[in-house]
Design a protein around this ligand. Structure first.
Ligand code: SAM
Ligand code: DTB
Ligand code: SF4
Length: 346
């Protein structure tokens, strides 16, 4: 492998939406791993508090029976997976889960629905959930598929802080993964979210069989957004039996770490989330991801339909690494200090 360091890669310019070409991103990927990690951690510390990690909990509020054909997703109706379809969850059940997440130390509560695009009535129901979760003192996030005009505003008015909508992969690889919605559809939804003044949570998945160039292509798209997304989830594919990607070979763990580091360097001020796939990662690999600039995780023993490390396990990992949960916006405003405790049921 060519490990020559192109001069332009050794000193990357700071946040500019336009100058992160695929070529420059690939030059970062090509750095010796330790140089890349040093650079990423250095940039990380200029923009974020060291050793702090934001905690988001997830809940699937409507599960399965999705008409889309995303090849990674266990909730698509096109694939025969073990996921049991569930209708929209009653408000009280959602609030119970949110309360539990808050009591465990989560700062943000993310509600996901397996829809292509919500109807007006579905948005009405989600509006009630957002307002009630927000009233509990949690930050709110939803991921509901494509939005139509006016829907992001309705969610914003209910108290929505973040909308998650991922680009998933590069424009070039996208067609091998999803055929039922276009890349442009995704960009249009993201533009609606941004225009409504809701924070953008947008990232992707690696380990789907894409090339390094295609991973760089995803990061170039994200870093080309102006402004950058506030939150960038990097998911490692969870290989769910029954989905077309179930048999995909594992991505090299160091390549995953490189992806986190390059994301951090390309979007210095974004919160980079080490997202799906942590259950299959060693503690040592996760530590490298934090070194590479990841400063958020999904916290709680379930993602949407698949597993996540137990809260007690994450608490232990934080202790061993000397990490602490980031102060959430609500407690910072209330003057509750810079740190929150990770609580566990144990
Ligand atoms: N239906 C909505 C949509 O697609 O916009 C929201 C839910 S969808 C499950 C949210 C994101 O989860 C996807 O865009 C994808 O990035 C991620 N995801 C889904 N299944 C995954 C898997 N098996 N492994 C890793 N990430 C996954
Ligand atoms: C994101 O980027 N990852 C989360 C969240 N946004 C909605 C979802 C991960 C899903 C993993 C597969 C599952 O649990 O169904
Ligand atoms: Fe449906 Fe979202 Fe899964 Fe795609 S990722 S199949 S849109 S739930």
């Amino acid at each position: 492998m060519d490990i020559a360091v192109p001069p332009e890669a050794s000193k990357p310019a700071l946040p500019s939406a336009s100058n992160w070409t695929v070529r420059r991103i690939l030059a970062l990927y090509d750095l010796p791993l330790l140089d890349l990690l040093m650079q990423a951690q250095d940039i990380h510390r200029k923009h974020h508090e060291a050793n702090t990690v934001q905690l988001s909990s997830l809940l699937s509020v409507k599960t399965g029976a999705c008409p889309e054909d995303c090849a990674y997703c266990p909730q698509s109706s096109r694939y025969d997976t073990a996921v049991e379809d569930e209708a929209l969850m009653p408000l009280e059940e959602v609030l119970q889960a949110a309360r539990q997440a808050k009591d465990s130390g989560a700062q943000r509560f993310c509600m996901g629905a397996a829809w292509r695009s919500p109807t007006a009535r579905q948005v009405d129901a989600i509006v009630d959930m957002v307002a009630a979760v927000k009233a509990m003192g949690l930050e709110t996030c939803v991921t509901l598929g494509m939005l139509k005009d006016g829907q992001a505003e309705r969610l914003r008015d209910a108290g929505l802080d973040y909308y998650n909508h991922n680009l998933d992969t590069s424009p070039e690889f996208y067609g091998s993964i999803i055929s039922t919605r276009s890349y442009q559809d995704r960009l249009d939804t993201l533009a609606r979210v941004r225009a409504a003044g809701v924070h953008v949570c947008c990232g992707g998945i690696v380990g789907m069989g894409e090339s390094r160039g295609e991973r760089a292509g995803l990061i170039a798209q994200l870093a080309g957004m102006s402004p950058h997304p506030e939150s960038v989830p990097i998911n490692n594919l969870v290989k769910v039996p029954g989905t077309p990607l179930a048999g995909t070979p594992d991505i090299d763990p160091f390549e995953f770490v490189r992806t986190i580091a390059v994301t951090r360097i390309a979007m210095p001020a974004a919160v980079v989330r080490l997202s799906a796939g942590r259950e299959a990662m060693s503690d040592e690999l996760q530590a490298l991801c934090f070194m590479a600039g990841a400063n958020s995780i999904f916290y709680g023993d379930k993602l949407l339909t698949t597993g996540n490390p137990q809260a007690v396990q994450d608490k232990l990992l934080f202790q061993r690494l000397g990490l602490r949960p980031a102060a959430d916006a609500a407690s910072a405003e209330a003057g509750n200090g810079a740190e929150t405790e990770i609580q566990t049921a144990h």
